[in-house]
Design a protein around this ligand. Structure first.
Ligand SMILES: *Cc1c(COP(=O)(O)O)cnc(C)c1O
Length: 714
């Protein structure tokens, strides 16, 4: 691994750019982003906003010139001083609230982390939540470390063929140009940890990603000394069959704990983000037994120090393995727990079901458990009541922490500047204070609307830019160009629908009555347009069929180019969409949306939701900040429910949303609409921001029983 410094490319005066490139802090600080962008815009674009790669490519004459440019140096110095101040800040919220936690750490395990596009180790919502959790933990000063995988092949990128069929392209991650660095031993060797047992030698190397004050430690099994099949374990996110999946989860859970021990991280709380990581609790149990505890005490200690978040209200979404497969791997492991085969396999059994269930395992071994919205808490208690047959359902010990979003990642930067001006510079620190947000009313309508139109313009520029490269590359026909959004109209009411194409998300609901939809879209005075984006799981042909159905309509001249499908939905596209659409549509089959976070991202940007009353929206909708579909808890499933929900969508659009959007005075401002935008920001920002979420995890999960005396010491 060559270091940038050894290439001699960066002048000494700008040397700290390297530190900045390797700390993803830059990605939620606009001045730092702008610094990289202005270093060399062409390479910034061609590297897809990857500073590590950028620093390798920007010509040294260019850097020399900037190192002598007073205006650039002033900006550089300011960014570096903010960066250092951030890293060095002692009076963080966590330090002040929990001085007794000094010297301890929280380990946050997740199969994926969505921090920035330049690090393709995420697929969707779960990973982005994990990324937002880490960024927020950094802002608040939590001593948190992330544990996950470095996937050399990442997650597939999406291409849509001429006839609308999704193709997956896997691109190898280039370590040298990713914001990751190998973890070395004090002697300068690659840290290599043996995470196997019973004659299975399985080694991992460790990579470090720095996210502000938080470190992610990522494991990689492509290591010298591993058997060839073992080298593939960390190859691809969610790739391979059940056996591969089990092997990945063994490395993630058991390997993760061993890695933390090798690194010497003083972990006092283990948090598993979804069942994939649940083997970690077996390993901490084994450690305690090896240290001489009896099983009962060991179990209670594991439970005390463990937290588990479940994300899946869909039964099929939980990881279940064949018991025989599990036994094959663990038969030399369970003796160390003092268990026999049956007692061991019992740990992963859900009553009345077959197989080894990772969620059941996690629920049994952890002391604090939660779903990710109020409704999801209810659904999870119902789903898992069989584990606590002696308790009434409402007493089942699974609570909830509603997901929130990292504001600095998702807030449009000009809008953030307006918030600074009208709410106060300290609004970032006070983002979970509802009082503060009442000041949104003071933002002049014309200012908010102008900012929104700018975001919308930026979105359309992104879309057109992508269409243009497609056109320039010469392998797109004109109907594909239309389907990709080149006829989108800046003045038309623009509805965004972007998420994973899984059946329960019902992407085609708004297409149920095509004649009615056609009338809405083609209205010459009050046109409406739809922008879709999202990937189907590579193995999900149902999801791919949905994409194809939408793509064919997007190409169909009868819809006037007012339906667009944007390829390769990722964090970059998501940002533009949640900033620049007018309305955010979400119509999953309730109650299957655990939380949903894209609507939260949109809402804090003044993009209200038209959404099923499920997940976060059931808590967030207040009658004035957007529009509902259906009723709380849903209408059940099936044809009739789909039909009724789709009618709700058309009616809300025809009777309320479209008239409100196009109701303009002589100044052309949609005052009524702007009122909904403001109410959306005011009511959603403090309740669904990352600070509120992470503080709840801290108080209820990480340090719930902090002694009062210790607290008052701070
Ligand atoms: C926020 C986000 C998601 C999750 O959105 P949901 O509303 O929970 O479906 C998925 N993918 C990307 C790229 C996102 O930014």
């Amino acid at each position: 691994m060559t270091d940038i410094a050894s290439q001699g490319g960066v002048p000494a005066r700008l040397a700290r750019l390297k530190d900045l490139a390797y700390n993803l802090w830059w990605c939620w600080h606009p001045e730092a982003r702008a610094l990289f962008k202005d270093l060399d815009f062409t390479h910034w674009a061609s590297t897809h906003h990857n500073p590590v790669s950028l620093l390798r490519q920007v010509p040294s004459e260019r850097l020399e010139r900037l190192a002598a440019d007073p205006a650039f140096l002033a900006r550089y110095d300011k960014v570096i001083s903010n960066f250092d101040a951030y890293l060095g800040r002692k009076d963080t919220w966590f330090r002040k609230a929990h001085p007794e936690f000094e010297g301890k750490a929280i380990a946050y395990f997740s199969a994926e982390f969505g921090v920035h596009n330049s690090l393709r180790i995420y697929s969707g919502g779960l990973g982005i939540l994990a990324g937002d959790h880490c960024k927020t933990a950094s802002d608040l000063g939590l001593p948190l470390v992330g544990v996950g995988f470095m996937y050399p092949q990442g997650y597939g990128q999406q291409r849509i063929s001429t006839d609308g069929w999704q193709q997956n392209v896997y691109e190898h991650v280039d370590w040298e140009t990713s914001p990751v660095r190998p973890v070395l031993t004090p002697a300068g060797q690659r840290l290599k940890v043996d995470v196997g047992w019973g004659g299975w030698n399985l080694y991992i190397n460790v990579w470090e990603v720095v996210v502000g004050r938080v470190k992610l430690y990522l494991m990689d099994t492509n290591v010298e000394g591993n058997a060839p099949p073992d080298r593939e374990i960390s190859g691809r996110l969610y790739g391979g069959d059940k056996t591969m999946r089990l092997r990945q989860e063994i490395v993630l859970g058991i390997g993760g704990v061993r890695m933390l021990r090798a690194l010497g991280v003083p972990v006092s709380v283990f948090h598993a983000n979804e069942g994939h990581c649940a083997f970690l609790f077996l390993e901490t149990l084994r450690e305690k037994i090896a240290a001489g505890k009896d099983l009962k005490d060991a179990l209670s200690e594991v439970s005390e120090q463990s937290a588990f978040t479940t994300h899946t209200p869909v039964a099929a979404g939980h990881d279940v393995f064949d018991e025989q497969l599990v036994a094959q791997y663990f038969k030399t492991y369970w003796p160390a727990l003092g268990l026999d085969e049956d007692k061991f396999l019992e740990l992963g059994r859900a009553p009345g079901e077959h197989g080894w269930n990772m969620t059941a395992l996690a629920l049994k071994l952890t002391g604090r458990r939660n779903g990710v919205s109020r409704r999801h808490g209810v659904v999870s208690r119902h789903m898992w009541r069989k584990l606590w047959p002696e308790l009434p359902e409402e007493k089942v010990p699974i609570s909830y922490v509603t997901n929130g979003v990292h504001m600095a990642t998702w807030l449009q930067q000009e809008l953030a500047r307006a918030f600074s001006k009208h709410l106060g510079e300290d609004f970032w620190d006070r983002q979970d204070d509802p009082q503060l947000w009442s000041k949104v009313a003071a933002i002049p309508d014309e200012e908010l609307w102008a900012l929104h139109l700018r975001s919308k313009l930026e979105l359309f520029r992104l879309v057109r830019g992508r269409v243009r490269s497609r056109w320039l590359a010469g392998h797109a026909d004109s109907s594909q160009i239309v389907a990709s959004g080149c006829l989108l109209d800046l003045s038309a009411l623009t509805i965004g629908f972007a998420r994973r194409f899984a059946a329960y998300k019902r992407a085609a609901l708004i297409l149920r009555d095509l004649d009615r939809l056609k009338r809405l879209l083609n209205d010459p005075f009050r046109p409406v347009q739809l922008i879709f984006a999202g990937k189907a799981h590579p193995a999900d042909d149902g999801g791919k069929n949905l994409i194809q159905q939408i793509y064919r309509l997007a190409k169909d001249p009868a819809f006037g180019g007012r339906i667009a499908f944007i390829e390769d939905y990722d964090m970059h596209v998501a940002r533009y969409l949640v900033h620049g659409c007018d309305l955010w549509l979400n119509n999953p089959l309730a109650p299957l949306e655990a939380c949903g976070t894209s609507g939260e991202k949109a809402a804090i940007n003044g993009v209200p939701s038209l959404s099923v009353l499920d997940g976060w929206w059931e808590e967030g909708y207040n009658g004035a900040n957007g529009w509902p579909i259906g009723q709380p808890g849903g209408r059940g499933s099936g044809e009739a429910a789909d039909q009724a929900d789709s009618v709700d969508i058309y009616e809300a659009l025809e009777k309320k949303i479209i008239p409100l959007y196009y109701d303009r005075g002589s100044d052309q401002l949609p005052r009524g609409w702007i009122k909904v935008m403001k109410e959306s920001i005011r009511s959603v920002a403090p309740r669904f921001c990352g600070n509120r979420m992470v503080k709840e995890y801290v108080e209820n999960f990480y340090v719930p029983r902090a002694p009062v005396a210790a607290k008052s010491r701070g």
